[in-house]
Design a protein around this ligand. Sequence first.
Ligand code: PXP
Length: 236
Amino acid sequence: MRLCINIDHIATLRNARGGIEPDPFAAAMICEHAGADGIVVHLREDRRHIKDHDVRKLRETITTKLDLEMGASDEIVAIALDIVPNLITLVPEKRQELTTEGGLDVVAQKDKLMNVIAQFHKKKIPVSLFVDPVMSQIEASKEIGADMIELHTGEYAEATGEKELQQLLKEIASAARYGKQLGLEVNAGHGLNYLNVSAVAAIPQIDEMSIGHSIISRAAFVGLERAVKEMIALMK
Ligand code: PXP
């Protein structure tokens, strides 16, 4: 089980003052030092946190892997093809949303996404699709050539009642099994925190998790290195 850390909110904090600190590059170094298996950044169309130069600098400096999360717009695809991250994670992106609000509708956009995946494959960049734990979306992801799926855990993370929580966890586990059966690598992410991560980490078919907000929030109180180490301990 690998942990990739989304450091977008280091850039959010930096941009609040328009200066250079805290530096996402420095955050990435600390995460790697603390045991993270990869660094995730989302280059949004509105550049509200991570900027183009951050992605370029991270590409040159990180020693684990760079997972570039992005919408499938022509502009961002062109930048990603130029930077060549280790992994692309395609997500739906809406301008007004506070954060990614759900999985991609792969079924409805097969042709468009297949074309984008093919462009990345030409450069030997693997592609992950962020999808809800729904069989038809997983099947469509396989059909159009995705290497990996990232199961959206946001609904599980927001569930309040125990029954609902168990039901959503079951859906994530079945989706993970199905993804594996189809030969996809299976990641999970969104809304995972120190309280809800263990149950997801216990699903054997999940290879990797992508976690941001909770780790960066905890880092404000205990420091980034400790926040990362605590998360890794819980996952294990
Ligand atoms: N995975 C994807 C595809 C995301 O869009 C995000 C949020 O940027 C995350 C994981 C991390 O979510 P969180 O910040 O809630 O841990």
